[in-house]
Design a protein around this ligand. Structure first.
Ligand code: AP5
Ligand code: MG
Length: 217
């Protein structure tokens, strides 16, 4: 049976950072809805243009568009054994849609690690983040600096600051998270798959805690 893991947490919790650390260990592809939107934005697709109108303000892209995009991604061959989802689902409607589509693929959500980080830490993490242009590798100017400033350790490409990491947009993203995504904590707790991990610890320790919290076969 395929395994589906949903990394959940507020903007800046470390979902992308942890997904990069554990995706290979779990042999599951890392699927980030935000990354897919950003790739579409870069290649000027219609989806990218539409998504940008929401992302630039820190609001959610409409459910129907996001659900269709993830469904298409999950049907690709690399997801035959499951996936490590990051940033999806983010609303109850998306979670219901995910459950329905995974049932079609003879699976379900196996675990939802909730990376919990106090709100006060999030802004500092997001405004200090630097992202790699080529493949989205993630750094932080203080917490996780690249070896050579401005260049990715993994592929040497240029590092940039995301447009939605400006303080005003970050504040709205956090507000949107509490209002629209917050209810998913209870949603997944009731279904017995939520595992809470303290995300305010150093990156490597969070990785260890996450791996220990995930169900093993
Ligand atoms: P998305 O790209 O998913 O952004 P997000 O959820 O706001 O999360 P982030 O990527 O900002 O944070 P993260 O948890 O991945 O943290 P990271 O590891 O980078 O979404 C962007 C936009 O796309 C949304 O606003 C929306 O418009 C749209 N969208 C996406 N999905 C959608 C959906 N399902 N429905 C509708 N719209 C959707 O870490 C952050 C920083 O902290 C880094 O600098 C990192 O180095 C540092 N750091 C990480 N862990 C630690 C640690 N343990 N200690 C110290 N520093 C750390
Ligand atoms: Mg991310």
């Amino acid at each position: 049976m395929p395994a589906y893991i949903v990394l959940f947490g507020p903007p800046g919790a470390g979902k992308g950072t942890q997904a990069q650390a554990i995706s290979q260990k779990l042999s599951l592809p890392h699927i980030s809805s935000g990354d897919i939107f950003r790739e579409n934005l870069k290649s000027h697709t219609e989806l990218g243009k539409l998504a940008e109108t929401y992302m630039s303000k820190g609001n959610l892209v409409p459910d129907d568009v996001t659900i269709a995009m993830i469904r298409e991604r999950l049907t690709r061959p690399d997801c035959k054994n499951g996936a490590l989802l990051d940033g999806f689902p983010r609303t109850v409607a998306q979670a219901d849609a995910l459950a329905a589509m995974l049932a079609e693929f003879q699976g379900g959500v196996n675990a939802v690690p909730f990376i919990n980080v106090p709100e006060a830490v999030l802004v500092e993490r997001l405004t200090g983040r630097w992202t790699c242009r080529a493949q989205g590798h993630i750094f932080h100017e203080k917490n996780n600096p690249p070896r050579i400033a401005g260049h990715c350790d993994f592929d040497g490409s240029e590092l940039y600051q995301r447009d939605d990491d400006k303080v005003e947009t970050v504040t709205n993203r956090i507000r949107v998270y509490f209002k629209q995504s917050g209810p998913l904590i209870e949603y997944y707790r009731q279904r017995g798959v939520l595992v809470e991990v303290d995300g305010a610890r150093p990156i490597e320790q969070v990785t260890e805690d996450l791996l220990a919290a995930l169900p093993t076969e």
